[in-house]
Design a protein around this ligand. Structure first.
Ligand code: NIG
Ligand code: FE
Length: 399
């Protein structure tokens, strides 16, 4: 299939177009990390991209799709969501917007609702939000357990998640559940013992919420290390609500990503800059908890690889929209439109240690979206407007 008449093609392929994400020409006019091609075409064969370039040089194919001067981007890679849950937290949000602060404690409300739900209810909910994200261009989606917090409920969350995505994360260490309130060490033993045994077969990743009110640095290290011994790869909720040891632990353990990164010391930024660990920023959480924005500019200027994700969950960030996160990141976190689009695609792929998604180059998965706009800049320029008009996943049009 030839997709042609593309006004702006985002390839994230540094060999095409201009610049690379870390190049010093990043901010000067005309340069971009996005490997932009104007008046472009893409050739898809099976589930892969086999060619990208100028439409004038495109090889002939039987099947031609004319996108009539629209922009084409790699599908969004949302590397952080919590979609296995029941119930919602409207009351808590309403109270927060009337002045009550966000704390980790609200998680327990969703835990109670999730435990009480049937498998069918949980799966229907998950599918609903998965489709919502897909309609907004998310073609790769990580999702986590963390609202079960018993051996059975965590394993069930991961089993359900694994039916719908390959990026599944075990987050038994979300908070200490009420029945272990007097014995947090006992809960860490469970998370690293019987619960890990039941969960590891269904997951690729292990995560921990390293925060006041959740798990401290020593507990987080014990949990992540146990997960790694069972073959899981590491990601961390770090430095969301307060300065803490999470980011430095992520770097020390070579976690794929440290997520949130809202409260960082200079030492945290330096540690990230000298590591392979991606800083994943979740602007929906700051928006929905009315909190201070993470400083993307500071991270980018230090040379840190930055990803953007939704953190979609019923408590702190009930949005599945990557375009919304891009708009926030540009407006309030100091990112250029090009940086934000890179972070929502190639950045997310880096946070999942994937090279087959987040870019449109020969060999990559044919996961792409078509915007009802001539360029990617419109994602931030036209906030709140549903611009995603086609979505292709593995070479098939799905939206
Ligand atoms: O990423 N920080 C921890 N977990 C979620 C919040 C979950 C909730 O409030 O239900 C987050 O923000
Ligand atoms: Fe989260």
């Amino acid at each position: 299939t030839l997709i042609t008449n593309i006004a702006t093609l985002v390839t994230n392929d540094p060999s095409l177009g201009w610049g690379s994400p870390r190049s010093s020409t990043f901010e000067s006019g005309g340069s971009s990390p996005l490997g932009l091609v104007r008046d472009a075409a893409v050739v898809v064969e099976g589930d892969r991209v086999v060619w990208t370039g100028s439409s004038r040089k495109a090889p002939a194919t039987d099947n031609r799709v004319d996108v009539q001067g629209r922009a084409v981007l790699p599908g969004f890679v949302d590397s952080h969501s919590h979609l296995v849950f029941a119930g919602d937290r409207t009351e808590e949000f309403h109270a927060r917007m009337s002045g009550r602060p966000y704390t980790a404690g609200g998680i327990r409300t969703t835990v109670a609702a999730t435990r009480a739900a049937t498998d069918a209810e949980l799966e229907a909910n998950l599918l609903r939000y998965r489709h919502e994200a897909l309609r907004q261009g998310t073609t790769t989606l990580e999702t986590k357990s963390g609202y079960g917090l018993t051996v059975e409920d965590e394993a069930r969350a991961l089993r359900l998640a694994a039916r719908h995505t390959e990026e599944v994360t075990y987050l038994g260490a979300h908070v200490v559940p009420p029945e272990y309130a007097d014995d947090p060490a006992g809960y860490v033993d469970l998370v690293t013992g019987a619960m890990l045994d039941a969960c590891a077969p269904h997951a690729r990743w292990i995560d921990v919420f390293c925060e006041k009110g959740a798990f401290d640095g020593d507990q987080a290290r014990a949990i992540l290390t146990a997960g790694r011994q069972r073959g899981l790869q590491l990601r961390i909720h770090a430095n969301q609500l307060t300065h803490g040891p999470g980011v430095r632990l992520a770097v020390e353990l070579d976690a794929a990503s440290a997520d949130h990164c809202t409260h960082l010391t200079d030492a945290d930024v330096d540690a990230l800059a000298n590591s392979r660990t991606v800083a994943t920023l979740l602007p929906g959480a700051e928006f929905s908890t009315r909190a201070e924005w993470p400083d993307a500019r500071r991270l980018l200027d230090a040379g840190v690889t930055v990803a953007l994700s939704t953190d979609c969950n019923p408590g702190s960030s009930f949005t599945s929209s990557m375009p919304f996160c891009i708009a926030l990141a540009v407006r309030d976190m100091g990112m250029t439109p090009d940086e934000a689009v890179w972070s929502a695609t190639a950045g997310g792929a880096a946070a999942l240690r994937r090279t087959d998604v987040g870019r449109l180059a020969p060999g990559a998965r044919a996961d792409l979206l078509v915007l009802d706009a001539p360029s990617h800049v419109h994602l931030a320029y036209r906030p709140g407007v549903p611009l995603v008009t086609q979505v292709w996943q593995g070479g098939e049009r799905v939206v």
